[in-house]
Design a protein around this ligand. Structure first.
Ligand SMILES: Cc1cc2nc3c(=O)[nH]c(=O)nc-3n(C[C@H](O)[C@H](O)[C@H](O)COP(=O)(O)OP(=O)(O)OC[C@H]3O[C@@H](n4cnc5c(N)ncnc54)[C@H](O)[C@@H]3O)c2cc1C
Ligand SMILES: *[C@@H]1O[C@H](CO)[C@@H](O)[C@H](O)[C@H]1NC(C)=O
Ligand SMILES: *[C@@H]1O[C@H](CO)[C@@H](O)[C@H](O)[C@H]1NC(C)=O
Length: 509
């Protein structure tokens, strides 16, 4: 066939993946469809799960989504003066195909592009400053770092190529019962090794220098995950893919995708916090017994409980994130799995930057750098400093130089004090702080990641964050969970944890 000669990525980018042989509403006509499904959490993971569950199980099932806070979770905006700005998850990679599919399906445009310029600050001065000209950047990089930068991009691309296989597997309806199985299907043993080594070890073994790691790689892991090059190699590669061109975000704010998916999935939003889940066995009509999950929840109108056939947990089960008690399970399910989430404080300052603080002699009226990354320094109070554009780009909008009052976003692991802000800003008229438990604190070697399957028909979406935390990772996990729940409900073992999918699917095309 013609298509076989096209590389997989070209197929995916052309959108042909969408015409795979699996139709959309493909739930087979089986008598015992589940009647009620619960999703706990309405971030991108939970709302994408609702969307894919509807796709898998059809129109007949009732889907309830529990959320005590705002729909969007870690995707959130804050209003400053007349405009809204992202405080949580902000950028999306051009090859994040589920996120792309969502906005196309929901009819939401991507945000209009605004030019940006990156620089790296070492606590005293800017060691690298991007120019408007590609060729100048190229030679500056080459001058300082030799061919490392290009080799790094090639290394990331080779990982991304394997990563992209997941879209084809999912299009053909395949699912995986654990994070390890999913990673292995994409990249074989090499992906599991990535999980078990630091990014530093991995890149040193690939021949990158400590100098390059300190000056280019560390600033990138710091801005994306608030952590050093000692995060695992897989999340490290995801982080470095964030230096690719073509990053995008959603017009009006990324969280719009969540409310859009919720609406599209025709699920019911229950504004309540789930407090406990217990397993109940009831006699059924046919004389056998059936298992249900009883969800207890607390909302504004008090507490209540309800029975479900299938439950998907789409919030991290970790200290300080969500407190859900599981009862009646054997073996027991803990409220909190081991490992912590890393605090990232997002501080939005509407003010005038003191450009001299960055050690630059450029006049503020010409200082157009929008993203200042930092090297790994003990006494630096922040990880990154970025000039923000509103989530909706007004007509005729142009980025302004640092001589004008504008919105700057600082990421730091601790809240910033008044004195710290005074060192960086000449003046400001508002400060808005959000303290996130943002993503896992990545440690190597990893303990076993938490399970996708907590019990028969009780699933845990956020286990995937221990490989890497990103909007697309939650979306991939959501689709995997819907497929897994469907196949397990209908006893279709042939669609779960299949080996050698990569070569097998190529034969099927
Ligand atoms: C500062 C920051 C920057 C980031 N930058 C990026 C980026 O640029 N690109 C990117 O792709 N990713 C980024 N991320 C990561 C990304 O935001 C997350 O990986 C993603 O949003 C996680 O979505 P989720 O739905 O899985 O979890 P969440 O968004 O955390 O959703 C979980 C939801 O569950 C709810 N909940 C909790 N407990 C209960 C309960 N007991 N009952 C009911 N509901 C409950 C919560 O209120 C929450 O709304 C960033 C994250 C942060 C914090
Ligand atoms: C990861 O490292 C641990 C400890 O060194 C080891 O026990 C485990 O087998 C490794 N896992 C993989 C997949 O390599
Ligand atoms: C701006 O920063 C420089 C360098 O840190 C400092 O010497 C100067 O006093 C600051 N200016 C103001 C007005 O605070």
């Amino acid at each position: 066939m013609h298509m076989q000669t096209l590389p997989l990525r070209a197929l995916l980018v052309l959108g042909l993946w969408h015409t795979g042989r699996r139709g959309l509403a493909s739930a087979p006509e089986v008598q015992d469809q589940p009647k009620k499904i619960a999703v706990v959490g309405a971030g991108i993971g939970g709302t994408a799960a609702a969307y894919y569950l509807r796709q898998e199980f059809g129109a007949g099932v009732k889907i309830d989504v529990f959320e005590p806070g705002n729909v969007g979770g870690r995707l959130a905006t804050v209003k400053i003066k007349d405009y809204d700005y992202e405080t949580g998850g902000s950028v999306i990679h051009p090859l994040n195909l589920h996120m792309k599919h969502f906005i196309e399906r929901l009819g939401i445009p991507p945000r209009k592009d605004v030019p940006s310029k990156m620089a790296i600050f070492d606590g005293k001065e800017l060691t690298f400053e991007e120019s408007d000209w590609f060729i100048i950047n190229f030679f500056r990089m080459l001058w300082r770092y030799g061919f490392s930068y290009i080799r790094m991009q090639m290394w990331v691309e080779s990982i991304l190529d394997k990563f992209m296989r997941i879209y084809q597997y999912q299009q053909f309806g395949y699912s995986f019962s654990s994070v390890e199985r999913l990673l292995h299907a994409m990249g074989g043993d090499s992906f599991l090794t990535l999980m078990n080594q630091t990014l530093e070890e991995t890149m040193m073994a690939e021949g990158f220098s400590q100098f390059f790691l300190n000056n280019i790689v560390a600033p990138v892991t710091r801005v994306n995950y608030g952590q050093s090059v000692r995060i695992n190699g897989f999340v490290g590669a995801v982080s470095l893919a964030g230096t690719d061109s073509g990053l995008w975000s959603v017009d009006g704010g990324n969280k719009r995708v969540c409310s859009g998916l919720l609406y599209h999935s025709k699920s019911e939003l229950i504004s309540a916090k789930v407090t406990s889940i217990s397993v109940k066995v009831r006699p059924s009509k046919t004389g056998t017994t059936s298992t249900f999950y009883e969800i207890s929840y607390v909302g504004e109108s008090g507490s209540a409980h309800s029975l479900y056939d299938i439950v998907v947990i789409a919030t991290p089960l970790h200290e300080g994130m969500s407190d859900i008690t599981f009862s009646g399970f054997s073996p027991p399910i803990p409220s909190h799995y081991p490992g912590r989430y890393h605090q990232t404080v997002s501080t939005l300052v509407h003010g005038l930057l003191n450009v001299s603080y960055l050690g630059t002699t450029e006049p503020a009226s010409e200082f157009m750098v929008s993203d200042i990354l930092t090297t790994d320094l003990k006494d630096l109070a922040f990880n990154s400093l970025s000039s923000l554009n509103p989530v909706h780009t007004p007509a005729g909008y142009k980025p302004s130089p640092a001589s004008q009052t504008k919105v700057w976003k600082l990421f730091s692991s601790q809240p910033l004090s008044e004195e710290q802000l005074q060192r960086m800003f000449l003046s400001w008229d508002s400060v808005s702080e959000t303290r996130w438990l943002a993503y896992p604190e990545y440690r190597v070697p990893y303990r076993k990641t938490p399970p996708f399957i907590l019990h028969n028909r009780l699933y845990y979406l956020n286990a995937v964050e221990w490989a890497a935390s990103a909007m697309e990772m939650s979306a991939i996990s959501a689709r995997n969970m819907a497929l897994l729940a469907h196949h397990r409900w209908h006893g279709q073992a042939g669609k779960i944890d299949q080996e050698d999918l990569h070569t097998r699917i190529r034969g099927e095309l």
